[in-house]
Design a binder for this molecule. Sequence first.
Ligand code: SF4
Ligand code: SF4
Length: 430
Amino acid sequence: MQLSHYLKIYPYEVKPGYLLLFSTKRSSVIVIKEETFQAIDQGTLSPSDEALLTKHGVIVSDQEKEKRDMLGRLDKMNARNPVLNSMVVLNLDCNFACLYCYEGDMKGNLYMSDETAALLIDLIKKNFIGEKKKLLIDFYGGEPLLSLGLIKSISRELKAFTQEKGGSFNFTLVTNGSLFKRQVAEELVPLGLERVKITLDGPAEVHNQYRPFKSGAGSFDTLIRNIKETCDLVKISIGGNFESHNYEQFVFLLDHLIKEKLTPDKIGAIKFDPVSKRPEGDISPVDYNGGCMSINEPWLNHASIFLREEILTRGYKTPKISPFFCMVDNKSSFVVNFDGDIYKCPAFIGKEGFAVGDVRNGIDDYTRSYKLGLWKNHEECAECVYLPLCFGGCRYMTFIQNGTIDTLDCRKDYLDATLETFIKQEVRYK
Ligand code: SF4
Ligand code: SF4
């Protein structure tokens, strides 16, 4: 047996004589005696240790075969995926005027029509075939709750359809949270609402500057009130977008949640991300030039570790480090814009050359337009221990840096700088 190629080996200070192993392929963490680790090399592992280490992806029979198999990993994930997932952009209207909104210059009084919704339902029904068992719709905007009637009618129809087929139907909302009142939650949960994501960009004074109502009034207090009103009915995840100069203030948001009794048992998960810089030529409704160009900006290493620690130390959940499966690579996932055009990623909505069809005519081949498998042309990816966590990175990050998606969004420096601490955080707060 050989060590897996997709293994990170770290010292484990809290338990002298032990090592901490992380399989990037399995996302499994193993604490192992140094002498057991040496036994792998010497070929003297006991049968029980060999079975355990094989199960957790630490050892494999043939490392070269493991690397070859990884080339087909996305195909396997696609073949096994029982979920059909569509993100539906119901409108491009919003009652907020966020500083960094990527939908900036496209926003307005633009709503999905009943006719487009009917075609969307037909398209989803046509694609819910074969091994598909679960249908998941993510309602997006603009602000999706400005299209509440459509959320209800689409959900009713798809719920009945999947029940007939012996499958399940659920939906999520990515909402600014201002219209998510208790009565709305009570109506939507029976229709399949399973999770709501609401963005809070820091404590009140920061959030209100970044995410005001269109009138200019702050929205923070409304959102906290709505989360308190609804968190017993549906899982609410909190997101937040930070910049280099304000990420430290997000601890005050976490403290505020606890003060408001929005304790870890009431919140699904919390995750903060850097604001993405908008591509050249995109004009935000408000003059805004901040943002993050790349995940490899050095300040992000500290910011990510710091914020994760602050979330975990207060007992909140945050997503674990897990294999990367971008919507673009997921063949059972697509985004439908309000006008019926189909994209593979919400960040590319409205960008020339990135529509892959429409609800009337279906989905075209997007192998070239979205550069599928670009990482396979790069030797450094084939040899990279982080491949299962990256697969060439985020095409949108590449796009905002270069205006094309011809290059990789390499996460190596970022992962070199952060992964060890992330894994140790996961072990400490398990
Ligand atoms: S391209 Fe980037 S933003 Fe788009 S779905 Fe993939 S990871 Fe997400
Ligand atoms: S893009 Fe960079 S981090 Fe990602 S797999 Fe390739 S070499 Fe590794």
